[in-house]
Write a protein of this length. Structure first.
Lengths: 430, 380
């Protein structure tokens, strides 16, 4: 049951009526009875919200920060329903519309569109559709809710895709599709061609030259069809917020850029998100399916406040890799955690594969270290210096062990990881 | 595709009727019990009070002897014409002369005053005066001819005493200071009793207290037990006039207004569906631990640790800038840096490898000097 402003006005008019016309108990009774009767009649005449039938259609997924539209189809088999309709979603689904106005004659069907801009990654489930049906007199009405299931998946935003064109251009240079061809860009034999003045004499294939009678040059190109496994640590090291998002989100961004780049470079990319259990697992999707499958798998991964079990990571990676491959580990550079749980188990990985560890550095630490104001600032600077020294030492340890380390602030981590990948490829280390 | 949420009217009624019925029964039972057990009077010497200073025991005893005890706190009950019945006026309260006169004008055939003040005595027992002395707790003989007292024998007595006029019977005292006085005023019997504490629940069983009380109070079938209150409440006092000054119309308007407010409250208070709750991820700054460690350093005044971190950091920058090997000897480092910056080697050594600072001020200046040094290295 709901009342409207008109019922309030009627009751207020009743006060005037009692004051001027019937200042007695009878007057009060007349007013109360009048309001009750009018409201009751209106409620009885209002169309039933319970009998409405709903269904949905529209977007299933949207990139974080972009707008999605979900349609609601309403069929009315009963009396005419006039009033308001609220399509309720959780707050972070970011519903833009105020409650819809509804006027649905008997036997008809309407389509209402709810626009959403999710503010958080992950699945958002529609909560309820609440309909307030006001009676023909406009004094009172009925209200009822329906569960109309729909899930909108907010995908990782992939903000770093703006870096993709420039990296692809560099990849083409490496790939030999540009005029520049010097020895050292890859180790995989591509083809033989005639020598052109200006070519690197070290690339001349003397045996072929002897056979053909003119100078022939070997060309090289970077290896293709290599395996790249991107491992995202979704444990507590990724939970800390750096800038305006958790480390995990920055790591996803970097992972997506690397995946896009490696796919274009002809490599096969797999994805693993893992803490104390595997949270997302995508194995060698078809090249055109890499980004969609990755964003879908990552959409619902949230940082868990548990210690990541790197033994799972290592065994999972070893299980799916045969040939020498690139393993990219996106985690945090926390000396205690890495030294105690990663270093003891990383040996088998290092023996067979190239391991790259990428971590999002916190610019706040740089700020802290540079701050010189009062005493707390100095202690803060000392504490930040200690943290950085520990990280530096850990980086040195990892580098000695054969791990390539990328430690960059959030805005640089994705391009830096891509650049490291390109330089590894260029050096023929894959 | 869609499922209605919540219950229809019929379902709500079926689901709610049992709880509503049970609640209603409980409320009803509570009201009945409350009305049945509410004491009409309360406080000291109240016939309904079972506390140690109450007089429930005495009232029960009187009921056993076929006396109808009617306890009241209302002056109206005390001024009703009461021919052939007894009025007991309890101690305490504050009635003015007019109130006492109205009690005196009522047709009580027997009035018992418990520890009365001089106003009560003026109105109801002319000639009796408080002496200003009081008796300590002790068992006393009646020492008089009053049959009620003679039959009761010794009674534990204490409290203020009164002097009696000629012709009054005086008991439990020395003839000048008396605690029980009986006198005839017109055709009315008046008892002045200075020792109501002899008849409270705690003491009624001592000596002949109960007997004396029964003999004094049980003269008539009806006993009105009036406990005067602190405010006087006869109709033309100022207390009730403010309610009567409001014209009756305003009351109806107020009720209509209250109804209108209720309607508006229902209108505004009904939400369009419930609030949607959602689990939010915990967000902790990644630098939180570092900042926490800074506060720990400060609280424990860990100047040595802070200084060594700052020095190590500065040394790292010097190593990098000057290409000094990581494991270089301190003296070699100092010599190199001194040669590049032109600083005094001894002071440099003190700055980079000296003892930890002893005061916060020293730590501050150390950090500043290290800053200056690394700045110089970066921009020579």
């Amino acid at each position: 049951m709901v009342l409207t402003g008109r019922a309030g006005i009627l009751a207020a008019a009743g006060v005037v009526f009692v004051a001027l016309v019937m200042p007695s108990w009878a007057g009060v009774g007349v007013v109360v009875a009048a309001v009750l009767v009018v409201c009751l009649v209106d409620i009885l005449l209002a169309g039933s919200p319970r009998r409405l039938q709903f269904s949905r259609e529209g977007d299933n997924a949207v990139r974080l920060g972009e707008q999605a539209a979900v349609n609601l189809l309403i069929t009315n088999p009963g009396r005419r329903v006039r009033g308001l309709l609220r399509d309720a979603w959780p707050p972070s689904a970011g519903v833009l519309d105020p409650p819809h106005k509804l006027d649905l004659p008997s036997g008809e069907r309407r389509r209402l569109t709810t626009h959403l801009v999710p503010t958080r990654r992950g699945d958002r489930h529609a909560y309820r559709v609440t309909v307030r049906s006001i009676g023909p007199l406009g004094f009172a009405g009925r209200q009822g809710s329906h569960q109309v299931a729909w899930t909108l998946r907010a995908l990782p935003p992939f903000k770093s895709r703006k870096h993709l064109p420039s990296r692809l251009a560099r990849l083409r240079e490496l790939d030999g599709r540009t005029a520049l061809l010097v020895r050292g860009q890859g180790t995989e034999f591509d083809s033989l061609r005639d020598y052109v003045p200006g070519d690197d004499v070290r690339s001349i294939d003397w045996r072929a030259t002897a056979r053909r009678g003119n100078v022939v040059l070997r060309t090289w190109r970077p290896e293709r069809d290599r395996q790249v496994v991107i491992v995202i640590d979704s444990g507590r090291l990724s939970a800390g917020r750096v800038g305006d998002a958790p480390r995990l989100d920055h790591a996803m961004d970097a992972a997506l850029l690397l995946a896009a780049l490696a796919t274009r470079a002809g490599d096969r990319v797999s994805l693993l998100a893992c803490d104390s259990a595997v949270r997302a697992d995508v194995r060698r999707p078809a090249p055109e399916d890499v980004l969609p499958s990755f964003v879908n798998a990552l959409a619902n991964v949230e940082a868990e406040l548990v210690q990541t079990d790197f033994r799972i990571v290592v065994s999972q990676v070893l299980e799916r890799l045969g040939q020498r491959s690139l393993v990219v580990l996106l985690t945090g550079l926390d000396p205690a955690v890495i030294e105690e749980s990663l270093l003891p188990v990383i040996g088998p990985l290092l023996r067979r594969h190239v391991v790259l560890l990428a971590s999002v550095a916190d610019p706040r630490l740089t700020e802290l270290e540079a701050a010189r104001g009062d005493l707390l600032d100095v202690y803060g600077a000392a504490s930040a210096a200690r943290t950085r020294l520990d990280r530096d030492r850990l980086t040195a340890t990892l580098t000695r062990a054969g791990v390539t380390v990328v430690d960059e602030p959030p805005e640089h981590i994705a391009p830096a990881l891509a650049d490291t990948y390109l330089s590894l490829k260029k050096a023929g280390r894959l | 595709m869609s499922t209605p949420v919540g219950r229809s009217v019929g379902e709500s009624w079926r689901a709610l009727r049992t709880p509503l019925l049970v609640t209603g029964l409980i409320v009803l039972a509570a009201i009945v019990v409350l009305i049945a057990t509410t004491a009409r009077t309360s406080g000291q010497f109240s016939p309904d009070s079972t506390e140690s200073t109450g007089a429930r025991a005495l009232a029960a005893l009187l009921e056993d002897h076929n006396v109808d005890v009617h306890g009241t706190e209302s002056l109206n009950d005390a001024v009703q014409a009461g021919g052939g019945s007894t009025l007991l006026i309890g101690p305490g309260g504050s009635l003015d002369d007019g109130d006492w006169r109205r009690i005196a004008d009522a047709q009580w055939s027997h009035v018992i005053l418990m520890r009365p003040g001089s106003r009560a005595l003026d109105a109801l027992a002319p000639g009796v005066r408080p002496t200003g002395n009081s008796l300590a707790v002790r068992s006393r003989e009646p020492g008089c001819e009053l049959p009620a007292a003679v039959k009761a024998g010794t009674v534990t007595v204490n409290g203020p005493t009164y002097s009696a006029p000629e012709g009054a019977t005086t008991c439990y005292g020395d003839g000048i200071n008396n605690t029980v006085i009986r006198l005839q005023v017109g055709d009315r019997l008046v008892d002045v009793i200075g020792t109501p504490s002899s008849f409270i629940n705690d003491r009624l069983a001592e000596d002949g207290n109960a007997a004396l009380a029964l003999n004094l109070l049980g003269t008539h079938q009806d006993l009105t037990w009036y406990l005067p209150q602190w405010e006087s409440d006869y109709p033309d006092s100022d207390g009730e006039s403010s309610a009567q000054l409001i014209p009756p119309d305003v009351r109806y308007i107020a009720w209509a207004l209250a109804f209108a407010v209720l309607v508006v409250a229902i209108w505004r208070g009904r939400r369009l569906g419930p609030v949607v709750a959602e689990r939010l991820p915990v967000i902790v700054h990644a630098a939180e631990t570092t900042e926490g460690r800074a506060r720990l350093y400060r609280r424990s005044r860990a100047r040595d640790r802070a200084a060594s971190a700052l020095r190590e950091s500065a040394l790292g920058q010097l190593h990098e800038a000057h290409g000094i090997p990581r494991r270089a000897d301190p003296s070699a480092v100092v010599a190199t840096v001194a040669a590049r910056t032109g600083r005094d080697p001894a002071m440099l050594y003190e700055l980079l490898y000296g003892l930890p600072p002893l005061t916060d001020a020293a730590l501050m200046s150390l950090s500043q000097e290290l800053d200056v040094l690394t700045q110089e290295v970066r921009h020579p």
